[in-house]
Design a protein around this ligand. Structure first.
Ligand code: FAD
Length: 461
Protein backbone atom coordinates (compact mmCIF):
# COMPACT_ATOMS: atom_id res chain seq x y z
CA UNK A 1 0.00 0.00 0.00
CA UNK A 2 1.44 3.35 -1.01
CA UNK A 3 1.11 6.50 1.02
CA UNK A 4 -0.91 8.11 -1.79
CA UNK A 5 -4.72 8.23 -2.08
CA UNK A 6 -4.48 6.96 -5.65
CA UNK A 7 -1.99 5.23 -7.91
CA UNK A 8 -3.12 7.49 -10.74
CA UNK A 9 -5.07 10.74 -10.90
CA UNK A 10 -6.22 11.81 -14.36
CA UNK A 11 -7.23 15.41 -15.03
CA UNK A 12 -9.54 15.70 -18.05
CA UNK A 13 -12.23 13.26 -19.16
CA UNK A 14 -11.65 13.47 -22.92
CA UNK A 15 -10.22 10.98 -25.40
CA UNK A 16 -6.79 10.64 -23.79
CA UNK A 17 -7.83 11.00 -20.15
CA UNK A 18 -10.67 8.49 -20.19
CA UNK A 19 -8.55 5.91 -21.98
CA UNK A 20 -5.67 6.25 -19.48
CA UNK A 21 -8.00 6.09 -16.48
CA UNK A 22 -10.14 3.22 -17.72
CA UNK A 23 -7.27 0.95 -18.75
CA UNK A 24 -5.18 1.70 -15.64
CA UNK A 25 -8.21 0.95 -13.43
CA UNK A 26 -8.92 -2.26 -15.32
CA UNK A 27 -5.35 -3.33 -14.49
CA UNK A 28 -6.24 -3.06 -10.81
CA UNK A 29 -4.70 0.37 -10.19
CA UNK A 30 -6.46 2.76 -7.83
CA UNK A 31 -7.53 5.46 -10.25
CA UNK A 32 -9.43 8.75 -10.05
CA UNK A 33 -10.46 10.94 -12.95
CA UNK A 34 -12.06 14.37 -12.97
CA UNK A 35 -13.77 16.33 -15.71
CA UNK A 36 -14.93 19.94 -15.52
CA UNK A 37 -17.54 19.83 -18.28
CA UNK A 38 -18.75 16.56 -19.79
CA UNK A 39 -17.15 13.13 -20.09
CA UNK A 40 -16.12 12.31 -23.63
CA UNK A 41 -14.27 15.61 -24.01
CA UNK A 42 -13.94 17.64 -27.16
CA UNK A 43 -14.26 14.74 -29.57
CA UNK A 44 -17.55 13.41 -28.25
CA UNK A 45 -19.19 16.54 -26.89
CA UNK A 46 -18.14 19.30 -29.31
CA UNK A 47 -15.77 17.92 -31.90
CA UNK A 48 -15.50 14.89 -34.15
CA UNK A 49 -18.80 13.20 -33.31
CA UNK A 50 -21.35 16.05 -33.44
CA UNK A 51 -19.41 17.46 -36.37
CA UNK A 52 -19.78 14.24 -38.37
CA UNK A 53 -23.50 14.13 -37.52
CA UNK A 54 -23.80 17.67 -38.88
CA UNK A 55 -21.89 16.61 -41.99
CA UNK A 56 -24.43 13.86 -42.62
CA UNK A 57 -27.29 16.31 -42.12
CA UNK A 58 -25.78 18.77 -44.56
CA UNK A 59 -25.35 16.17 -47.32
CA UNK A 60 -29.06 15.46 -47.78
CA UNK A 61 -29.86 18.31 -50.20
CA UNK A 62 -27.35 16.84 -52.66
CA UNK A 63 -28.73 13.35 -52.12
CA UNK A 64 -32.24 14.63 -52.91
CA UNK A 65 -30.98 16.34 -56.07
CA UNK A 66 -29.00 13.28 -57.16
CA UNK A 67 -32.02 11.03 -56.64
CA UNK A 68 -33.84 12.69 -59.53
CA UNK A 69 -31.22 11.47 -62.02
CA UNK A 70 -31.97 7.94 -60.87
CA UNK A 71 -35.68 8.21 -61.49
CA UNK A 72 -36.86 9.30 -58.08
CA UNK A 73 -39.12 12.26 -57.56
CA UNK A 74 -38.42 13.80 -54.22
CA UNK A 75 -41.26 15.92 -52.95
CA UNK A 76 -41.34 19.02 -50.81
CA UNK A 77 -38.32 19.19 -48.46
CA UNK A 78 -37.79 21.19 -45.35
CA UNK A 79 -35.14 21.27 -42.70
CA UNK A 80 -35.62 21.70 -38.95
CA UNK A 81 -32.44 22.85 -37.23
CA UNK A 82 -33.87 22.45 -33.74
CA UNK A 83 -34.80 18.84 -34.51
CA UNK A 84 -31.24 18.13 -35.65
CA UNK A 85 -29.78 19.72 -32.50
CA UNK A 86 -32.12 17.72 -30.27
CA UNK A 87 -31.29 14.44 -32.02
CA UNK A 88 -27.58 15.21 -31.89
CA UNK A 89 -27.76 16.10 -28.19
CA UNK A 90 -29.55 12.85 -27.42
CA UNK A 91 -26.83 10.83 -29.14
CA UNK A 92 -24.06 12.79 -27.40
CA UNK A 93 -25.71 12.17 -24.02
CA UNK A 94 -25.87 8.46 -24.82
CA UNK A 95 -22.17 8.41 -25.68
CA UNK A 96 -21.26 10.39 -22.58
CA UNK A 97 -23.10 7.75 -20.56
CA UNK A 98 -21.03 5.01 -22.20
CA UNK A 99 -17.81 6.80 -21.28
CA UNK A 100 -18.89 7.05 -17.66
CA UNK A 101 -20.06 3.45 -17.64
CA UNK A 102 -16.69 2.24 -18.96
CA UNK A 103 -14.90 4.09 -16.16
CA UNK A 104 -17.36 2.87 -13.59
CA UNK A 105 -17.10 -0.75 -14.73
CA UNK A 106 -13.32 -0.52 -14.45
CA UNK A 107 -13.80 0.82 -10.89
CA UNK A 108 -12.24 4.23 -11.39
CA UNK A 109 -13.47 6.99 -9.07
CA UNK A 110 -15.27 9.55 -11.20
CA UNK A 111 -15.37 13.24 -10.22
CA UNK A 112 -17.20 16.10 -11.90
CA UNK A 113 -15.08 19.10 -11.14
CA UNK A 114 -12.35 21.29 -12.47
CA UNK A 115 -8.99 20.33 -10.98
CA UNK A 116 -5.80 22.19 -10.21
CA UNK A 117 -2.41 20.97 -9.13
CA UNK A 118 -1.47 21.94 -5.59
CA UNK A 119 1.95 20.34 -5.74
CA UNK A 120 3.65 17.60 -7.71
CA UNK A 121 1.60 14.84 -6.06
CA UNK A 122 -1.59 16.68 -5.03
CA UNK A 123 -4.70 17.53 -7.03
CA UNK A 124 -7.44 19.87 -5.79
CA UNK A 125 -11.05 19.68 -6.99
CA UNK A 126 -12.16 23.29 -7.26
CA UNK A 127 -15.86 22.44 -6.78
CA UNK A 128 -15.45 21.05 -3.28
CA UNK A 129 -11.95 22.10 -2.33
CA UNK A 130 -11.09 18.43 -1.65
CA UNK A 131 -7.49 17.42 -2.27
CA UNK A 132 -6.16 14.01 -3.25
CA UNK A 133 -2.65 12.71 -3.56
CA UNK A 134 -1.52 10.39 -6.31
CA UNK A 135 1.64 8.50 -7.17
CA UNK A 136 1.28 9.43 -10.84
CA UNK A 137 -0.72 12.18 -12.51
CA UNK A 138 -1.89 12.32 -16.13
CA UNK A 139 -2.81 15.74 -17.49
CA UNK A 140 -5.14 15.38 -20.47
CA UNK A 141 -7.01 18.68 -20.43
CA UNK A 142 -7.05 19.25 -24.19
CA UNK A 143 -7.45 22.67 -25.74
CA UNK A 144 -9.97 25.42 -26.38
CA UNK A 145 -10.71 27.54 -29.46
CA UNK A 146 -8.39 30.53 -29.81
CA UNK A 147 -10.65 33.50 -29.00
CA UNK A 148 -8.51 35.97 -30.95
CA UNK A 149 -8.92 38.65 -28.29
CA UNK A 150 -6.88 41.10 -30.38
CA UNK A 151 -9.78 41.31 -32.86
CA UNK A 152 -12.05 44.24 -32.02
CA UNK A 153 -15.53 42.79 -31.61
CA UNK A 154 -14.31 39.23 -31.00
CA UNK A 155 -16.96 38.92 -28.27
CA UNK A 156 -19.63 39.05 -31.00
CA UNK A 157 -18.21 36.00 -32.75
CA UNK A 158 -18.71 32.30 -32.09
CA UNK A 159 -16.32 29.35 -32.13
CA UNK A 160 -16.96 25.71 -33.01
CA UNK A 161 -18.17 25.23 -29.41
CA UNK A 162 -21.18 27.50 -29.94
CA UNK A 163 -21.78 26.30 -33.50
CA UNK A 164 -23.12 23.06 -32.01
CA UNK A 165 -25.76 24.89 -29.98
CA UNK A 166 -26.97 27.84 -32.04
CA UNK A 167 -30.59 28.70 -31.19
CA UNK A 168 -31.39 29.34 -34.85
CA UNK A 169 -29.63 28.40 -38.05
CA UNK A 170 -28.26 31.71 -39.38
CA UNK A 171 -29.09 32.89 -42.89
CA UNK A 172 -25.48 33.83 -43.52
CA UNK A 173 -22.14 33.07 -41.91
CA UNK A 174 -18.58 34.27 -42.28
CA UNK A 175 -16.01 31.72 -41.10
CA UNK A 176 -12.43 32.83 -40.46
CA UNK A 177 -9.70 30.21 -40.80
CA UNK A 178 -8.22 27.86 -43.34
CA UNK A 179 -7.75 24.71 -41.27
CA UNK A 180 -9.88 21.63 -41.34
CA UNK A 181 -12.39 22.86 -38.75
CA UNK A 182 -13.08 26.07 -40.72
CA UNK A 183 -13.36 24.15 -43.98
CA UNK A 184 -15.64 21.46 -42.55
CA UNK A 185 -18.00 23.99 -40.98
CA UNK A 186 -18.11 26.01 -44.22
CA UNK A 187 -19.33 22.88 -45.99
CA UNK A 188 -21.76 22.00 -43.21
CA UNK A 189 -23.40 25.43 -43.09
CA UNK A 190 -23.52 25.71 -46.86
CA UNK A 191 -25.12 22.27 -47.12
CA UNK A 192 -27.77 23.31 -44.61
CA UNK A 193 -28.65 26.27 -46.80
CA UNK A 194 -26.67 29.05 -45.10
CA UNK A 195 -25.00 31.64 -47.32
CA UNK A 196 -21.40 30.87 -46.45
CA UNK A 197 -18.14 32.80 -46.83
CA UNK A 198 -14.74 31.54 -45.75
CA UNK A 199 -11.98 34.05 -45.12
CA UNK A 200 -8.37 32.96 -44.72
CA UNK A 201 -5.15 34.95 -44.63
CA UNK A 202 -3.10 32.30 -46.48
CA UNK A 203 -2.73 31.68 -50.20
CA UNK A 204 -4.80 28.49 -50.18
CA UNK A 205 -6.97 26.61 -47.66
CA UNK A 206 -5.59 23.63 -45.68
CA UNK A 207 -1.96 24.66 -45.64
CA UNK A 208 -0.33 21.36 -44.76
CA UNK A 209 -2.15 19.21 -47.31
CA UNK A 210 -1.10 18.17 -50.80
CA UNK A 211 -1.60 21.03 -53.30
CA UNK A 212 -3.91 18.99 -55.54
CA UNK A 213 -6.24 18.32 -52.60
CA UNK A 214 -6.23 21.96 -51.56
CA UNK A 215 -6.92 23.30 -55.03
CA UNK A 216 -9.40 20.56 -55.91
CA UNK A 217 -11.43 21.13 -52.75
CA UNK A 218 -11.29 24.90 -53.14
CA UNK A 219 -12.71 24.62 -56.67
CA UNK A 220 -15.39 22.15 -55.57
CA UNK A 221 -16.47 24.40 -52.70
CA UNK A 222 -16.69 27.46 -54.93
CA UNK A 223 -18.62 25.49 -57.56
CA UNK A 224 -21.21 24.68 -54.87
CA UNK A 225 -21.55 28.35 -54.00
CA UNK A 226 -19.26 28.79 -50.99
CA UNK A 227 -17.40 32.09 -51.26
CA UNK A 228 -13.70 31.82 -50.39
CA UNK A 229 -11.67 34.96 -49.69
CA UNK A 230 -7.94 34.24 -49.57
CA UNK A 231 -5.12 36.53 -48.46
CA UNK A 232 -7.55 38.40 -46.24
CA UNK A 233 -8.49 38.77 -42.59
CA UNK A 234 -11.31 40.24 -40.51
CA UNK A 235 -10.14 43.49 -38.89
CA UNK A 236 -13.22 44.36 -36.86
CA UNK A 237 -16.65 43.01 -36.07
CA UNK A 238 -19.44 45.41 -35.07
CA UNK A 239 -23.18 45.12 -34.56
CA UNK A 240 -25.28 46.36 -37.47
CA UNK A 241 -29.05 46.36 -37.87
CA UNK A 242 -30.02 42.74 -37.43
CA UNK A 243 -26.63 41.63 -38.72
CA UNK A 244 -22.99 41.78 -37.84
CA UNK A 245 -20.63 43.93 -39.87
CA UNK A 246 -17.29 42.27 -40.47
CA UNK A 247 -14.74 44.72 -41.79
CA UNK A 248 -12.11 42.87 -43.80
CA UNK A 249 -8.70 44.10 -44.89
CA UNK A 250 -9.19 43.59 -48.63
CA UNK A 251 -12.83 42.80 -49.28
CA UNK A 252 -14.70 45.68 -47.70
CA UNK A 253 -17.33 45.17 -45.01
CA UNK A 254 -19.47 42.04 -45.07
CA UNK A 255 -22.91 41.99 -43.46
CA UNK A 256 -23.59 38.52 -42.03
CA UNK A 257 -25.74 37.05 -39.28
CA UNK A 258 -22.95 35.05 -37.68
CA UNK A 259 -19.17 35.29 -37.61
CA UNK A 260 -17.33 32.13 -36.58
CA UNK A 261 -13.63 32.07 -35.74
CA UNK A 262 -11.75 28.85 -36.36
CA UNK A 263 -8.23 30.15 -35.88
CA UNK A 264 -6.58 27.30 -34.07
CA UNK A 265 -6.82 25.92 -30.55
CA UNK A 266 -4.90 26.80 -27.39
CA UNK A 267 -3.80 24.26 -24.76
CA UNK A 268 -6.06 24.49 -21.65
CA UNK A 269 -3.23 25.05 -19.19
CA UNK A 270 -4.23 28.43 -17.73
CA UNK A 271 -4.96 28.23 -14.02
CA UNK A 272 -4.08 24.55 -13.86
CA UNK A 273 -1.45 25.11 -11.17
CA UNK A 274 1.36 23.68 -13.29
CA UNK A 275 3.78 26.09 -11.65
CA UNK A 276 2.91 24.59 -8.22
CA UNK A 277 4.09 21.23 -9.48
CA UNK A 278 7.02 22.63 -11.48
CA UNK A 279 5.68 21.38 -14.83
CA UNK A 280 7.14 23.24 -17.79
CA UNK A 281 5.16 24.61 -20.73
CA UNK A 282 6.24 26.12 -24.06
CA UNK A 283 5.54 29.64 -25.36
CA UNK A 284 2.01 28.63 -26.41
CA UNK A 285 1.23 27.12 -23.01
CA UNK A 286 1.49 23.53 -24.28
CA UNK A 287 2.97 21.07 -21.79
CA UNK A 288 6.46 19.99 -22.80
CA UNK A 289 6.89 16.22 -22.80
CA UNK A 290 9.54 13.72 -23.82
CA UNK A 291 9.10 10.81 -26.25
CA UNK A 292 7.08 8.93 -23.61
CA UNK A 293 4.65 11.81 -22.83
CA UNK A 294 6.54 12.40 -19.57
CA UNK A 295 6.82 16.01 -18.38
CA UNK A 296 9.96 17.38 -16.74
CA UNK A 297 8.46 16.07 -13.45
CA UNK A 298 9.07 12.33 -13.82
CA UNK A 299 5.76 11.05 -12.38
CA UNK A 300 3.57 13.62 -14.18
CA UNK A 301 2.52 12.80 -17.74
CA UNK A 302 0.68 14.89 -20.32
CA UNK A 303 -1.02 13.61 -23.41
CA UNK A 304 -3.37 14.59 -26.18
CA UNK A 305 -4.03 18.12 -27.40
CA UNK A 306 -2.53 19.79 -24.34
CA UNK A 307 0.91 18.77 -25.57
CA UNK A 308 0.30 20.29 -29.03
CA UNK A 309 1.88 17.39 -30.90
CA UNK A 310 -0.82 16.10 -33.26
CA UNK A 311 -4.33 17.26 -32.36
CA UNK A 312 -6.42 14.24 -33.26
CA UNK A 313 -8.50 11.86 -31.17
CA UNK A 314 -6.81 8.59 -32.21
CA UNK A 315 -3.45 10.19 -31.40
CA UNK A 316 -4.56 11.14 -27.87
CA UNK A 317 -5.84 7.58 -27.36
CA UNK A 318 -2.62 6.08 -28.73
CA UNK A 319 -0.53 8.27 -26.42
CA UNK A 320 -2.67 7.07 -23.49
CA UNK A 321 -2.10 3.43 -24.44
CA UNK A 322 1.66 4.05 -24.70
CA UNK A 323 1.58 5.59 -21.22
CA UNK A 324 -0.12 2.45 -19.89
CA UNK A 325 2.43 0.17 -21.59
CA UNK A 326 5.32 2.23 -20.27
CA UNK A 327 4.19 2.77 -16.70
CA UNK A 328 1.98 -0.20 -15.89
CA UNK A 329 3.14 -3.00 -18.15
CA UNK A 330 6.88 -2.58 -17.85
CA UNK A 331 7.11 -2.13 -21.62
CA UNK A 332 8.49 1.34 -22.45
CA UNK A 333 6.60 2.44 -25.56
CA UNK A 334 6.95 5.71 -27.43
CA UNK A 335 3.91 7.06 -29.26
CA UNK A 336 4.42 6.68 -33.00
CA UNK A 337 3.48 9.89 -34.78
CA UNK A 338 4.62 8.76 -38.23
CA UNK A 339 2.19 8.20 -41.11
CA UNK A 340 -1.02 9.26 -39.39
CA UNK A 341 -3.95 8.74 -41.74
CA UNK A 342 -6.49 11.52 -41.49
CA UNK A 343 -9.54 13.03 -43.16
CA UNK A 344 -11.16 16.36 -43.76
CA UNK A 345 -14.93 15.86 -43.69
CA UNK A 346 -15.54 18.46 -46.32
CA UNK A 347 -17.77 17.77 -49.31
CA UNK A 348 -16.07 16.15 -51.17
CA UNK A 349 -13.91 14.63 -48.44
CA UNK A 350 -10.16 14.54 -48.29
CA UNK A 351 -8.44 11.39 -47.08
CA UNK A 352 -4.72 11.44 -46.72
CA UNK A 353 -1.74 9.60 -45.29
CA UNK A 354 1.96 10.28 -45.55
CA UNK A 355 3.79 13.05 -47.30
CA UNK A 356 2.32 15.64 -49.64
CA UNK A 357 4.05 15.97 -53.00
CA UNK A 358 5.80 19.12 -51.72
CA UNK A 359 7.07 17.45 -48.52
CA UNK A 360 8.20 14.34 -50.39
CA UNK A 361 9.95 16.52 -52.99
CA UNK A 362 12.03 18.08 -50.23
CA UNK A 363 12.86 14.72 -48.67
CA UNK A 364 13.63 12.48 -51.67
CA UNK A 365 15.76 13.28 -54.77
CA UNK A 366 13.31 11.66 -57.18
CA UNK A 367 9.60 10.91 -57.00
CA UNK A 368 7.11 9.21 -59.26
CA UNK A 369 3.69 10.82 -58.97
CA UNK A 370 0.65 8.78 -60.01
CA UNK A 371 -2.41 10.95 -60.40
CA UNK A 372 -5.92 10.17 -61.57
CA UNK A 373 -8.80 12.58 -61.96
CA UNK A 374 -12.22 11.33 -62.92
CA UNK A 375 -15.94 11.82 -62.53
CA UNK A 376 -17.31 9.40 -59.95
CA UNK A 377 -19.77 6.86 -61.36
CA UNK A 378 -22.67 8.09 -59.24
CA UNK A 379 -22.31 11.54 -60.81
CA UNK A 380 -22.95 10.20 -64.32
CA UNK A 381 -26.71 9.73 -63.90
CA UNK A 382 -27.16 12.39 -61.27
CA UNK A 383 -25.50 14.84 -63.63
CA UNK A 384 -23.51 16.36 -60.79
CA UNK A 385 -20.36 18.11 -61.94
CA UNK A 386 -17.74 16.83 -59.57
CA UNK A 387 -14.41 15.14 -59.72
CA UNK A 388 -12.46 12.66 -57.71
CA UNK A 389 -8.68 13.06 -57.49
CA UNK A 390 -6.36 10.26 -56.37
CA UNK A 391 -2.65 10.57 -55.98
CA UNK A 392 0.16 8.25 -54.97
CA UNK A 393 3.58 9.70 -54.25
CA UNK A 394 6.33 7.11 -54.74
CA UNK A 395 9.99 7.37 -53.79
CA UNK A 396 11.69 6.40 -57.07
CA UNK A 397 14.75 4.95 -55.31
CA UNK A 398 12.97 2.10 -53.50
CA UNK A 399 9.44 2.36 -55.01
CA UNK A 400 7.89 2.85 -51.55
CA UNK A 401 4.59 4.69 -51.51
CA UNK A 402 5.32 7.63 -49.22
CA UNK A 403 2.08 9.55 -49.64
CA UNK A 404 -1.49 8.79 -50.71
CA UNK A 405 -4.13 11.48 -51.16
CA UNK A 406 -7.76 11.30 -52.19
CA UNK A 407 -10.38 13.94 -52.81
CA UNK A 408 -13.78 12.37 -53.24
CA UNK A 409 -16.59 10.42 -51.62
CA UNK A 410 -15.57 8.19 -48.72
CA UNK A 411 -11.98 9.42 -48.95
CA UNK A 412 -11.70 9.15 -45.17
CA UNK A 413 -12.67 5.49 -45.25
CA UNK A 414 -10.11 4.82 -47.98
CA UNK A 415 -7.39 6.72 -46.09
CA UNK A 416 -7.84 4.40 -43.12
CA UNK A 417 -6.99 1.35 -45.24
CA UNK A 418 -4.24 3.12 -47.15
CA UNK A 419 -2.76 3.94 -43.76
CA UNK A 420 -2.15 0.22 -43.20
CA UNK A 421 -0.37 -0.18 -46.53
CA UNK A 422 1.92 2.78 -45.98
CA UNK A 423 2.63 1.72 -42.40
CA UNK A 424 3.53 -1.74 -43.69
CA UNK A 425 5.98 -0.09 -46.11
CA UNK A 426 4.19 -1.25 -49.27
CA UNK A 427 5.80 -0.39 -52.58
CA UNK A 428 4.08 0.68 -55.77
CA UNK A 429 4.68 -2.87 -57.02
CA UNK A 430 2.58 -4.18 -54.11
CA UNK A 431 -0.21 -1.85 -55.19
CA UNK A 432 0.19 -3.00 -58.82
CA UNK A 433 -0.15 -6.69 -57.99
CA UNK A 434 -3.28 -6.09 -55.89
CA UNK A 435 -6.48 -7.04 -57.68
CA UNK A 436 -8.94 -4.22 -58.22
CA UNK A 437 -12.41 -4.20 -56.71
CA UNK A 438 -14.70 -3.28 -59.56
CA UNK A 439 -16.61 -1.03 -59.98
CA UNK A 440 -15.35 1.22 -57.22
CA UNK A 441 -13.52 4.53 -57.05
CA UNK A 442 -10.80 2.94 -54.92
CA UNK A 443 -9.79 0.57 -57.74
CA UNK A 444 -8.04 3.55 -59.30
CA UNK A 445 -5.44 3.25 -56.53
CA UNK A 446 -4.26 -0.10 -57.88
CA UNK A 447 -4.63 0.61 -61.59
CA UNK A 448 -2.47 3.67 -62.11
CA UNK A 449 0.28 1.88 -64.02
CA UNK A 450 2.58 4.63 -65.26
CA UNK A 451 3.63 7.79 -63.48
CA UNK A 452 1.76 10.94 -64.45
CA UNK A 453 4.99 12.86 -63.90
CA UNK A 454 8.22 12.81 -61.96
CA UNK A 455 9.61 15.23 -59.42
CA UNK A 456 13.40 15.54 -59.46
CA UNK A 457 15.09 17.58 -56.74
CA UNK A 458 11.77 19.17 -55.90
CA UNK A 459 11.04 20.20 -59.51
CA UNK A 460 8.30 18.64 -61.60
CA UNK A 461 9.70 17.19 -64.86
C1 FAD B 1 -14.77 20.99 -34.07
C2 FAD B 1 -13.74 19.90 -33.90
C3 FAD B 1 -13.75 18.83 -34.74
C4 FAD B 1 -12.82 17.80 -34.59
N1 FAD B 1 -12.86 16.75 -35.46
C5 FAD B 1 -11.97 15.75 -35.33
C6 FAD B 1 -12.02 14.63 -36.20
O1 FAD B 1 -12.86 14.56 -37.10
N2 FAD B 1 -11.11 13.63 -36.00
C7 FAD B 1 -10.17 13.69 -35.01
O2 FAD B 1 -9.39 12.75 -34.87
N3 FAD B 1 -10.10 14.76 -34.18
C8 FAD B 1 -10.97 15.77 -34.32
N4 FAD B 1 -10.93 16.84 -33.44
C9 FAD B 1 -9.83 16.89 -32.45
C10 FAD B 1 -10.16 16.03 -31.23
O3 FAD B 1 -11.41 16.41 -30.70
C11 FAD B 1 -9.06 16.20 -30.19
O4 FAD B 1 -7.81 15.94 -30.78
C12 FAD B 1 -9.25 15.26 -29.00
O5 FAD B 1 -10.49 15.46 -28.40
C13 FAD B 1 -8.11 15.45 -28.00
O6 FAD B 1 -8.32 14.66 -26.86
P1 FAD B 1 -7.73 15.10 -25.46
O7 FAD B 1 -8.00 13.98 -24.53
O8 FAD B 1 -6.35 15.58 -25.62
O9 FAD B 1 -8.57 16.39 -25.04
P2 FAD B 1 -10.12 16.66 -24.96
O10 FAD B 1 -10.92 15.67 -25.70
O11 FAD B 1 -10.27 18.10 -25.34
O12 FAD B 1 -10.46 16.48 -23.42
C14 FAD B 1 -9.98 17.33 -22.44
C15 FAD B 1 -11.02 17.41 -21.34
O13 FAD B 1 -10.45 18.01 -20.20
C16 FAD B 1 -11.41 18.83 -19.58
N5 FAD B 1 -10.67 19.79 -18.76
C17 FAD B 1 -9.94 20.85 -19.17
N6 FAD B 1 -9.35 21.44 -18.12
C18 FAD B 1 -9.73 20.74 -17.02
C19 FAD B 1 -9.43 20.88 -15.64
N7 FAD B 1 -8.60 21.80 -15.19
N8 FAD B 1 -10.00 20.00 -14.78
C20 FAD B 1 -10.84 19.03 -15.23
N9 FAD B 1 -11.14 18.87 -16.53
C21 FAD B 1 -10.58 19.71 -17.41
C22 FAD B 1 -12.17 19.43 -20.74
O14 FAD B 1 -13.46 19.85 -20.33
C23 FAD B 1 -12.22 18.27 -21.71
O15 FAD B 1 -13.39 17.52 -21.58
C24 FAD B 1 -11.85 17.88 -33.56
C25 FAD B 1 -11.83 18.98 -32.70
C26 FAD B 1 -12.77 19.97 -32.86
C27 FAD B 1 -12.74 21.16 -31.93
Amino acid sequence: MTAYDYDLFVIGGGSGGVRSARVAASLGKRVAITEEYRYGGTCVIRGCVPKKLFVYASQFPEHFEDAEGYGWSVGERSFDWKKLIAAKDKEITRLEGLYRKGLDNAKADIFDSRAELVDAHTVKLTKTGETFTAERIVIAVGGTPNEHKALPGHELTISSNEAFHLEELPKSILIAGGGYIAVEFANIFHGLGVETTLIYRGKEILSRFDHDMRKGLHEAMEAKGIKILLGDIIEEVTKGEGTLQARTKNNGTLAVETVMLALGRDPSTKGLGLENAGVKVDARGAIIVDDYSRTNVPHIFALGDVTDRVQLTPVAIHEAMCFIETEYKNNPTKPDHELIATAVFSQPEIGTVGLSEEEAGRKYPELEVYRAQFRPMKATLSGRQEKTIMKLIVNAADRKVVGAHILGHEAGEMAQLLGITLKAGCTKDDFDRTMAVHPTAAEELVTMYSPSYRVVNGERV
